[in-house]
Design a binder for this molecule. Sequence first.
Ligand SMILES: NC(=O)c1ccc[n+]([C@@H]2O[C@H](COP(=O)([O-])OP(=O)(O)OC[C@H]3O[C@@H](n4cnc5c(N)ncnc54)[C@H](O)[C@@H]3O)[C@@H](O)[C@H]2O)c1
Length: 257
Amino acid sequence: MNRLREKVAIVTGAGQGIGEAIARRFADEGAHVVVAELNPELGERVARDLREGSGTEAIFIKTDVADARSVDAMTAETVERLGRPDILVNNAGIAVFGDPLEITDGDWARCMSVDLDGAWFCCRAALPHMLAKGQGAIVNIASNHSFQVIRNTFPYPVAKHGLLGLTRSLAIEYADKGITVNAISPGYIATPLNDRLFAENLDPDARAKVEARQPVKRLGKPEEIAAVAAMLASDEARFIVGANIVVDGGVTIRMYE
Ligand SMILES: NC(=O)c1ccc[n+]([C@@H]2O[C@H](COP(=O)([O-])OP(=O)(O)OC[C@H]3O[C@@H](n4cnc5c(N)ncnc54)[C@H](O)[C@@H]3O)[C@@H](O)[C@H]2O)c1
C-alpha cells in the first residue's frame, strides 16, 4: 500500500460502483482523489468518506464527462486545488442496450457521448498537465463488450470497442513521454448498474442464471477492478503500454459448456 503516495488522481463516475471502489483504493494507496461525478449526492458522500477515512485530500467536482466544457472546468479546478493530475481513470459509463433498428438517434448519441467522447474529453484535458510533469497514467474502464458482442446490446459495444481503440492510439502517441494509457475490461461486476439491469429484466431469475454461467459462479466485486486499476496507475506498471487487462472471472475465454 502507498503506491500512489502524493499523486493526484481524477476518477470519473466515482460516486458509486466500480468508480467508487477505485477512488477508495487510490486513497488507501495515498493518492489525493478527485471524485468527478455527475450526481452531487453520490459524489459528495464518497469524497467526504475519503477525507474522513484516509490521510489524503479528496474533493468532489460535479462533472458531466459528455460535456467538454464541464470536463475542462473540472480539470482546471483540480489543478487549482490539488495540482496537476498524475492519474486519470475514465470510468464513467452508461449501458444503452437495444436493437440496432429500434434505437433512437438520441440513444446512439447518449451512449457515444458518455462512453467514448467522455473518455476522450478527459484525456484531452489531462494530457497537457501530464506532459508538463513528464509522467502520467491513464486507465480506461472498458468492458468485455470491447472485444465480444452480445445480441441486443447495441450500441454499447460500438462505444466500448472505440474505447479500446482510443486506449491503443493514445498509448502509442505518448509512450515516449512518460505517459501510459491502458484499459481494464471488467466482466459482470456487482454494481448499481447491474442491479438496475437485473431489476428491469422480465426474468426474476436473471441474476442467478448469470451467476451460474460464470466460471467462478459469482459476479465480480468492484474492489477486484480497483486492485488492477491501482497497479496500472502505479509506477510498477511503467512498461505496460496500451494493454487491455480482462478481469472477468474467465467468462470470455470459455467457448461453451
Ligand atoms: N458493472 C459491470 O458489470 C461492468 C462491466 C463492464 C464494464 N463496466 C463499465 O464500468 C464503468 C462503471 O460501471 P458501474 O457498473 O460502476 O456503473 P454505475 O452505473 O454503477 O456507476 C456509474 C457512475 O458514473 C456516473 N456517471 C454516469 N454518467 C456520467 C457522466 N456523464 N459524467 C460523470 N459521471 C457519470 C453515475 O452517476 C454513477 O455514479 C462503466 O464505464 C461501465 O461501462 C461495468
